[in-house]
Design a binder for this molecule. Sequence first.
Ligand code: 5RP
Length: 788
Amino acid sequence: MVNQDAKGKLKKLEPVEAAKRLAAYAAVDAHIKPHHRVIGIGSGSTVPYVVERILEQGSEINEDRWFIPTGFQSKQLIVQAGLNLGDVDQFPSIDVTIDGADEVDDDLNAIKGGGACHLREKVLAEAAADFILVADSRKDSRVLGTTWTQGIPVEVAPFAWAKVYQNLALLGCEEPILRMGKAKAGPIVTDNGNFVIDAPFSAVYMRDPADLLHRIKMLTGVLEVGLFAGMAKAAYFGQNDGSVIVRYVDASPPNSARGPPSPSLAVLQSFSFTFQNGPPEHRARIMPSTSLFSQRSVMSMFTESHIRSIKSLDDLDNAPGGRSAKPKYPYVITLRAALLGSPNGQLTLQEIYAEIANRFPYYKHAGKGWKNSVRHNLSINRCFKRIKSADPSKGSLWSVDEDEEVTTTRIRNKKRYATSSRSNYRYRARAAKSRRSFADDDEDEEEEDDRSSVSESASAAFIARSPIRTRRAVLAVDTQTKSSASSHPSATMPSSPTTSELSDANSVNSTFSPLSPAHKPIQHIQREPAPIDSFGRAGTRPTPITALNAGQSVAPRASESPRSAAFPHTESHMRSFAGHVQSPSYRFSAVQGHQMDDHYPTVWPSLGTYTPRQTTFAGAASSTVAGTGPSYPDARHSLGNYALKSDNNHEHVPSTSGAENAQPYYDYPPETEETPTSSYYRDYATVTQSDPHWWQQVYQHSSAAQQHSPTQATHPAPPPYYHHQVHQPPVTMSPLHAGHPLSSGYGTWYPAPNLPPIGHAPNGDVTSPHYPTLLPISQQKRMLQAAQ
Ligand SMILES: O=C(CO)[C@H](O)[C@H](O)COP(=O)(O)O
């Protein structure tokens, strides 16, 4: 056999190659079973070992099989190995596809397409009952884009490439590059006759690969995106030490890994793998990355009937070490016990914390992380129900739905992944929504979060928000029959990025990279002059960013806001009560935890952009961003106390006059709750459509408030609420719109191309990585200039 030397031993390989072989062999052994008839063969440097191992299953098994290639390379491999070559149009259902990857994140989302095969690769991945990734350990990453920095491969129709290229930049891509051939003049051409653009996006975007995938995929001319979100069932990473780390999206191996063992396990005695099962302590010892080894595996130690027999916190045992020791129970069990044991079976979030900390004093000193976990578990497990409290000052109540399966995460995940990446996406959106709503219930917590150090922020925030944990298991080479691979000295592999490395990667050095001079093929197209609005301003249409010269903004800002009969006040008038009036967009931003200051212009409906003199928040500030910065006192005294009620019953219920009375106020209408981003845009659009008369009322009221209390430092009279009916139907922006430039009456706003992580905004703002801010192009340019 080709992989064996004259003595029948496995040929020695360089460490990286040996690691690839380990991964490939382990994956084939676990997933390609004798009964599998149609097998997808992926592309990349690990895949030859996949074919090698399949061949070792014997010609008898293989002669009844069909092998489907993902490109030229795999077609060659199949043909040269003498295997039956098929295609996906003959076999639209594939048993198992095994493929390489450029980078794989914690949730088994992957970047693929380094070999420009990702269109076919994705078709085969989707067609397969089980899609399995194989790679060496360098591809194992926490956040995509950490090690694979050349960008997301995007396959495009050749004639559309320049348009896609331009639109990728508008989506926030830092520096798209049309991939050039190595020994070819001009761009590489894929197996399907298309071009590839490599599109790097900053870590903020990469934290939600499904969302980014959808945005890019929606660009006309894009044929496929090399982001494989929620598709892989397992990933095998060969290690230098001769072991293989396998990660599943679930607590147990996918279907293909069950059933009769692969014959090669028995055939190839000299190279065998064993799952290191056994007690959790043992697994923990061989898996230093315990944070990745989540509750899921712990959960499997409890049977459903055991969980159902627990009726209160008193039924829970202490861990060794007594009452104050760290409890051994997963949160779902503890939470269930706390709720069931309460007098009415209902508790508020704060009461849940208190009950748990009372039963297990460990939590009293355990920092804040456990509260995040409590909220996370409440939101993701269907057995917990959220109930509106009759007393709004109490916040929501939680109870247990006994009819729902007690969610062992294994069962849940199976359902979730049985469908598609879309369900993963929806799931994330649901979890995201839930997190947002928790923010209102859990003021203290958010406060703590906002103050948390930067070192914790980037990766911790990502990990905390990721609802899915993959399970790691280590496949180790049997010590009795150590393979040649493991006898090689270990090469130094880059380790997982540390938190600080991650934050470095996220920090903003420049906010917008203009197109690379080396690849600046888009010509300036003479456009019709931008329409002039009723205030004499140009720029009501999106202007492609690529058509701008350095330092030029889309619509230069006039020194004074224009006047109109309906709203005859100058900008300086407006400034005089900057602390009293806010636009909903401001307020929305406030609830996301953004600290606003005069770097952030406000869009005044029909008037243009208004830059307030100082940071102000609307009523919302009194809930989630309480205490996040010096602006808060202003927010407390800002007008902000109005309600915006739109046709879809989407009501911004304001706070009354201070944090003490703050209520959860922001409720997402169902049709817009898919992603925070969509809501952001919807709100933004609402601003641009608001009725000027309403604003006039607000103005008048705020004038009155100001007369009553001329300085912001003293207490303005709490104004009554204003209800505003938006005359046009509310704009429901799907997430697919997100990322497109929006035009207001004043200019075009683009999604910020390179968003700062928490605590890293260039102006010192606290920002949330989850809720991109729209920055006006002029500001982006300013920031870019400042960075240079
Ligand atoms: O997606 C791919 C090709 O489109 C490959 O699987 C990926 O690029 C990995 O390749 P390699 O193992 O050679 O690094």
